[in-house]
Structures are given as structure tokens and as C-alpha cells.
Write a protein that binds this ligand. Structure first.
Ligand SMILES: CC(C)(COP(=O)(O)OP(=O)(O)OC[C@H]1O[C@@H](n2cnc3c(N)ncnc32)[C@H](O)[C@@H]1OP(=O)(O)O)[C@@H](O)C(=O)NCCC(=O)NCCS
Length: 181
């Protein structure tokens, strides 16, 4: 799906939400390398981000063209701040009603309501498409994200102990959350 440009004002900043363009593939790869180094709460370490520009272009293209996926980029006062996305969980007809969500912002753009704005926008599209539930996974230590998801109506439905083993030998659990519409 494509999201045409939308403009919001948040905390006196101009926020633009829109779909990604193919020529932003390298920007998205660089962003992934940075945000995975800024927090332990994302899926991998920076050195594990090995996407080629072509693969990233395919990722953008797939989200823009599919009718059951959406990638939303956020810009704050003209600067790229991060993105959120959903994809249908459909491997078969049985899971077509489930949407999987992800979100990550550069640290400098966290903590002033942008995540809430983006997720509300994403959830509106998910509901409009008549998905029956949205699902996500959050690391147990990620208190900010957990609070945000809970306040949006997500409910915890399970925990995987020691799901994440970090390079320093410490662990964190994963919490599975679901929002049923
Ligand atoms: C998680 C993330 C998307 C949230 O977006 P954000 O813009 O920072 O969040 P918001 O400012 O919209 O909302 C954060 C909420 O958490 C609250 N919060 C902040 N720190 C908190 C903490 N340590 N414990 C509990 N709540 C906290 C805030 O008060 C706010 O709640 P409120 O609106 O009820 O006051 C963003 O911080 C991010 O991208 N972090 C790095 C990557 C990441 O963790 N991604 C999620 C992986 S599951």
C-alpha cells in the first residue's frame, strides 16, 4: 500500500508521514545499521545488517505494491526519523486476519510522541483493511515500548524466556502482544 504524504504538528515540530521511495533504499540500510547500534531492543546487531541496495529496494517495492502491507517513514522538520510497518502474517488462509507490526526510531526522535502518532496511523490502516488483530514482539526490558503498546490496547499473551542472548552474555525475554479489534 502507498501512504500519500500527511503532515502533522507535534511538540512544535513538523512531522511528515509517507511511504518510502525506491531511491531511499540506501538511507534505510544506513538507518538500520544505526538504530540497531543505538538500542538492544531491535532484532539484530549492526554488523548483521547485510541488505544490499537491491534487496532494500525490493522491500520498499513490496510494501508499496502489496495490498496487505505498509511501510511508513517519518520525517521531523525534514529529517528522516524512523519508520514503522506491518505485513500480513499470512502463510496460509488461516493467518490472513493477522497483521505483524514493527517500529524503530532514531534515539534522538524518541520520547515526544512520534511513536504513538505513527502506530495510531498504522493501526488505522490495519483496521481499514479488516485485519482482526495486530501482533508484535517486544523485549522484556523495553519498558517504553511496552507501555506504549499497552496504552494502545495491546495485551500481553506470552513470554519467551532468554529469547535474546547478547554479545556480552546477558539475556532478555521476548513478550508477545496482541491487539484484537
Ligand atoms: C519504542 C518507540 C517506537 C516508542 O516511540 P516514542 O516516540 O519514543 O514513544 P512515545 O513518546 O510516543 O511514547 C512513549 C510512552 O512511553 C512512556 N515511557 C517512556 N519511558 C518509559 C519507561 N522507561 N517506562 C515506562 N514508560 C515509559 C512515555 O511517557 C510515553 O507514554 P505516555 O504517552 O503515556 O506518556 C521508540 O522509542 C523507539 O523506536 N525506540 C527504539 C527502538 C525500539 O525499541 N523499537 C520497538 C521494538 S519492539
Amino acid at each position: 500500500m502507498l501512504l500519500a504524504e500527511e503532515i502533522y504538528i507535534l511538540d512544535d515540530k513538523k512531522i511528515v508521514l509517507r511511504s518510502a521511495k525506491l531511491d531511499e533504499a540506501q538511507m534505510l540500510i544506513d538507518y538500520l545499521k544505526t538504530v540497531t547500534g543505538e538500542t538492544r531492543f531491535l532484532m539484530s546487531e549492526p554488523d548483521e545488517i547485510q541488505y544490499t541496495r537491491k534487496e532494500e529496494e525490493q522491500f520498499i517495492d513490496k510494501h508499496n505494491k502489496a495490498n496487505d502491507a505498509l511501510l511508513i517513514l517519518a520525517f521531523v522538520d525534514g529529517e528522516y526519523a524512523g519508520n514503522c510497518s506491518f505485513e500480513s502474517k499470512a502463510g496460509s488462509r488461516r493467518s490472513r486476519h493477522r497483521a505483524g507490526i514493527g517500529i524503530a526510531l532514531f534515539q534522538k526522535y524518541t520520547g515526544f510522541g512520534l511513536g504513538r502518532l505513527m502506530l495510531n496511523r498504522l493501526l488505522t490502516e490495519i483496521k481499514n483493511l479488516e485485519f482482526e488483530q495486530a501482533e508484535l514482539t517486544v523485549a522484556g526490558s523495553n519498558k517504553r515500548a511496552y507501555h506504549l503498546y499497552e496504552s494502545l490496547g495491546f495485551k500481553e499473551c506470552g513470554r519467551i524466556p532468554n529469547a535474546n542472548k547478547y554479545d556480552d552474555g546477558t539475556y532478555d525475554e521476548d513478550i508477545l502482544m496482541v491487539l484484537q479489534f
